[in-house]
Structures are given as C-alpha cells and as structure tokens.
Design a protein around this ligand. Sequence first.
Ligand code: FES
Length: 84
Amino acid sequence: MIICVCNNVSEKKIQAAVHAGIHTMAELRQELDVGTCCGKCMRCAKQVLHTTLKQQEQQQLTQATGSLQSLLDRLHIQVNAVPA
Ligand code: FES
C-alpha cells in the first residue's frame, strides 16, 4: 500500500527502513522524503513506523527469551550431569 503518494513511498519501504535502523519520523523523512511535500501522509507514516518498531521489538524479545531458555536448558543439563 502506498503511504506517501507525493514521494511514492509504500508501507513496505517504511518497514524496510525500520529494519535497516530507522527509529524516528525525522530519520524516515530524511531517508525516504516521507511527508516532505503536502504532508497528508504523516499520520499514516507515523502509524506504520510505530507498528513496525513494536513488531521488531516483540521479535527481539521473543528471540532473547528463546536464547535465555536455551541457556537455562543447557545449564540444567550440566547441573544434572555433575556427580553427587
Ligand atoms: S502524501 Fe506524503 S507528502 Fe504528500
């Protein structure tokens, strides 16, 4: 879906920019020119930015939790492997 008609910026382009490290509207504006013409896209662009950041944060949290669980599982095995 096109978010910024003036600059032909799609939702996917904004999501890709966030995955590449963009975290703010100022950075998004600088990188993709979103909202630099009529400005009508700003609310929708902000929504896509924030939703993508939340999804990214959730994915990172899930990965960290998985890594921690894996570490705890390994430690449990090592603790059980120690002779009494
Ligand atoms: S629609 Fe984005 S600046 Fe006009």
